[in-house]
Design a protein around this ligand. Structure first.
Ligand code: TRP
Ligand code: ZN
Length: 861
């Protein structure tokens, strides 16, 4: 018994250095599905060819599959199972292999492979889900042409979709029908998809720059059809943008998107048939916030852009995941920036990076953008691969400049079209087309950890000279104790009383220490550095509160203005948390300036006047004290609310009567309105709860209704429970909005949140079986610093209980929720011990998945 336990608890590690070309290639596959939720038959015919000179057998990956039959070139074959792999000895150079299996989609709670969701059948194959459907060399460097035939009950599954183009369909006369789809582009198995269901489409067309008319369809259940216009519009914008900005044209006659309710991630870029979590498709003003609208456009763009960065050029192995994900995130970020305010988009992206990637890079799960080893690849769909990966691409774009960067991406797409490439291939294209040497820059792919730069500016009035000293350091991370210096592109500029005293310059800091001289600087200047967040690093400067306040009002780079304000707030809050006397004055004056600056747009103002989050403040501390942070932040919120009460009221009144319109101006108005409402509530104003409740009741859109709900949920007014109940009753039959109901309560800043979250886990609408619902309560709660780190440890216990239960259903989604427990080193000894105890309880759970095993054991280190 003990032996079995050890064996199941030491899953194999896959290493990048062990990469070998596939032994066998598969040029074509014919798949024949007899679709049925209870038992689906899958017949597969593979044309395989020996790759190179060797005598190794054909080895096909399987996961939970039992072969009903196996034949080679039409005859019964000699085969065996090695664990879950099907092994077939083959004599010749090329053969035709036929296998048949039966799978049970309705019992697939992992949501990988073929599964049932909301009455339909759909697939999710990335990264290694195809092996749950049929035996296959399930690795991204095996590129195959797919022909797919589906047969299903016509009443239950009137629509049958797969990758590529539809080539035929018909009735079988017995209540069943069939459809056949061919995908002319060879693809890796992770891009395979099919969908069967009772669906309707919002249809559109797009004519490509080459004159091809593409039939677009957004497929949903009939009642949701009215909520698909925004996604369809975003798809058309994305297709046009990729032509204009990257010269990339779509390549099939159809492009379909299907929305499904149960989905482990945001969406999936399957060739010609994207499958989406319905939260990233469905929107109307009553049910979706501005944040949702923007996220829908961003995810639609992201998946569409994968058609080139991911599908036409795919990844050689999963260690290269950021090749497609980092690049595609960079592309979707640029797209979104072009739709509205670039500056606000950059602020949002940096905030997200700091909230998720910086902590990851500073903790036990830190890994390079190109990892060296994994147990379960699903655990590596991380903020580091996606968001830091996007920053790495952005830095290369900055170093090359726009024309050379475009030449480099053209070269990359051209050279690697139809192949499985590596991060190294991409960097080499940047070097060749950019005429630059990126040898040292490559450390961004191999070294984990967020680099830290200290910047000290000295001024010599007599010599009229300013001297800037820059020092960089990359912290140790698991498995990497010594770090070499990185190449850090730093945009910087000096300012004086009367404005800029130098031009903006791009400095490539590549040494541990560097000194820069600026001549002809008469008066003491103020440093604006890492403008536009040109490097994804932490910068420490010796700037005073007055310097930061000055930049927050006068810097010409909007990101740098925002950053100066954030730093001023952060310095003030950290001092207060550390027991210093809190001087709120400079922050109040800086916020007043920004709030009343008529030249600024409202979305920017709203971002700039928000205080850093509890957890970002915690990230600055040696030992995180959640209660002290909460108290200090609330005190500053109160001071800002009270001192600027008239300004908040004016800001609120100016936009109050706006009718809903989804436009940059409309979004800005709603954003500042809700930020102002929050500050008015924090001020203690007697009428704030009534204002919030009136907004809650009268809102013509979800941004305002959820904003008001959030303000009320955080407070103690008697309107609180009326709002919670009213919201529930209004939206009880809308799953995506109920997610918001759970999430808003899980994010409450009140003292009793841990308790109410425990109660909500017993609510009749709560289920772990739906990933969105699980994340809306459990995921949101665990990033609520004050609530999760309740001194009793009940937050940790709650999370561990939920994770252990969820792991039995859906290991992929469960494992993604482990990281908050792994941050124990950042907390006091009592909390750390309690967090470790919960991780140990998880690791000791019999039958733990390898997903959870990897996350939980690494988190204990
Ligand atoms: N490739 C998808 C994306 O970036 C991510 C994804 C969707 C995924 N579903 C998944 C990754 C399941 C792992 C497992 O949009
Ligand atoms: Zn992606």
């Amino acid at each position: 018994m003990a032996d079995i336990q050890t064996a199941t608890q030491a899953p194999t590690v896959t290493r990048r250095e062990d990469y070998r070309e596939p032994d066998w290639l598969v040029s074509e596959i014919d798949l024949d599905f007899e679709l049925d939720p209870a038992s689906t038959r899958v017949k597969a015919t593979l044309r395989v060819a020996r790759n190179g000179e060797h005598d190794r057998p054909l080895r096909l990956d399987g996961d939970g599959l039992a072969a009903l039959s196996v034949s080679v070139d039409g005859a019964a074959a000699d085969w065996s199972m090695d664990g879950s792999d099907l092994v077939i000895p083959l004599a010749g150079a090329a053969h035709s292999i036929e296998t048949e299996v039966a799978i049970a989609p309705e019992r697939n709670t992992q949501l990988q492979g073929l599964y049932a969701s909301g009455g339909m059948l759909c697939t999710q194959c990335e990264a290694e889900g195809f092996r749950r459907i049929t035996f296959f060399p399930d690795r991204p460097d095996v590129l195959t042409r797919y022909k797919v035939r589906m047969t299903a009950d016509k009443a239950r599954f009137p629509v049958l979709l797969a990758n590529g183009d539809p080539v035929g369909q018909g009735d079988l006369g017995d209540g069943r029908h069939w459809a056949e789809w061919h995908d002319p582009f060879p693809k890796p198995s992770y891009l395979f998809a099919l969908v069967a269901g009772d669906l309707v489409a919002n249809r559109g067309t797009f004519t490509t720059m080459g004159g091809r008319e593409v039939q677009l369809g957004i497929w949903v259940r009939a009642p949701d059809l009215a909520k698909t216009d925004h996604a369809l519009a975003a798809l058309k914008l994305s297709m046009a943008w990729d032509e204009k900005v990257y010269g990339r044209e779509y390549d099939l006659d159809v492009f379909n998107i299907v929305a499904v309710d149960d989905f482990n991630f945001g969406a999936m870029e399957n060739k010609g048939l994207n499958v989406f979590n319905s939260r990233y498709i469905l929107a109307d003003p009553d049910t979706a916030t501005d944040f949702d609208y923007d996220a829908i456009a961003a995810v639609v763009a992201h998946e569409y852009f994968h058609n080139w960065s991911g599908n036409r050029v795919t990844c050689r192995d999963w260690f290269q995941l950021s090749l497609k994900e980092g690049f595609t995130v960079f592309r979707d970020q640029s797209f979104s920036g072009d739709q509205g305010s670039k500056a606000v988009k950059r602020i949002e992206d940096v905030r997200a990076l700091r909230a998720s990637q910086f902590p990851e890079d500073a903790g036990p799960l830190a890994h390079p953008v190109r990892p060296d080893a994994y147990i379960e690849i699903s655990n590596f769909y991380t903020a580091t691969i996606y968001n830091k990966g996007a920053e790495v691409i952005r830095m290369m774009a900055t170093i090359l400049g726009p024309e050379k960067f475009r030449a480099a991406t053209d070269l990359y797409f051209d050279r690697f079209d139809g192949t499985a490439a590596t991060c190294e291939d991409f960097v080499r294209c940047m070097e060749e087309a950019g005429g630059v040497d990126l040898t040292q820059f490559r450390r961004w792919y191999s070294q984990a950890g967020t680099p830290r730069v200290t910047a000290n500016l000295k001024h010599d009035a007599g010599a009229q000279r300013a001297t800037l000293t820059l020092k960089q350091k990359v912290p140790p991370t698991p498995g990497q104790s010594d770090k070499a210096p990185m190449v850090l592109p730093l945009k910087l500029r000096l300012f004086g009383e009367a404005g800029a005293v130098t031009d903006e310059q791009l400095v490539l800091l590549s040494e541990p220490v560097a000194e820069l001289q600026f001549e002809g600087v008469a008066a003491r200047p103020v440093l604006s550095i890492n403008r536009g967040f040109s490097s994804p690093i932490i910068v420490e400067t010796d700037r005073t509160a007055a310097d930061l306040a000055f930049l927050s009002a006068h810097d010409d780079d909007p990101f740098a203005r925002y950053e100066a304000m954030q730093q001023l707030m952060l310095d003030t809050l950290v001092k207060a948390v550390n027991g210093g006397a809190a001087d709120h004055g400079p922050v109040i004056e800086a916020v007043r300036n920004t709030l009343t600056d008529a030249a600024l747009d409202r979305s920017f103002i709203a971002e700039a006047v928000l205080l850093p989050s509890d957890s970002f403040i915690g990230d600055q501390m040696a030992v995180v004290d959640p209660e002290a942070i909460f108290t200090a932040r609330e005190a500053l919120r109160h001071a800002l609310g009270k001192s600027l009460e008239a300004e908040w009221r004016a800001a609120y009144a100016a936009v109050r009567a706006n009718r809903f319109e989804y436009s940059p101006a409309g979004k800005g108005a709603r954003r500042i309105k809700n930020v102002a409402l929050g500050y008015l509530a924090a001020s203690g104003a007697a009428d704030a709860a009534d204002m919030a409740f009136a907004q809650f009741e009268d809102a013509d859109n979800m941004t305002d209704r959820q904003g008001a709900l959030g303000t009320l949920v955080n407070g103690n007014s008697e309107k609180r429970s009326a709002a919670i109940q009213g919201f529930y009753q209004r939206y009880a039959d809308n799953a995506l909005v109920l997610d918001k109901w759970f999430q808003t309560q899980a994010l409450s800043t009140r003292e009793d949140t841990a308790e109410s979250v425990e109660a909500l886990a017993g609510h009749r609408d709560f289920t772990l079986a739906n990933p969105n619902r699980a994340r809306s309560l459990v995921g949101a709660f665990s990033v609520n610093q004050r609530a999760f780190h309740h001194p009793s440890g009940r937050g940790y216990r709650f999370l561990a209980d939920q994770l252990i239960a969820l792991d039995k259903l859906n290991p992929q989604t469960a494992a993604k929720l482990v990281p908050p427990l792994g941050r124990w080193k950042r907390f006091d000894a009592e909390r750390a011990a309690k967090m470790r105890a919960e991780l140990e309880r998880i690791v000791a759970t019999p039958g733990l998945s390898k997903d959870m095993f990897e996350q939980a054991t690494k988190s204990l280190d």
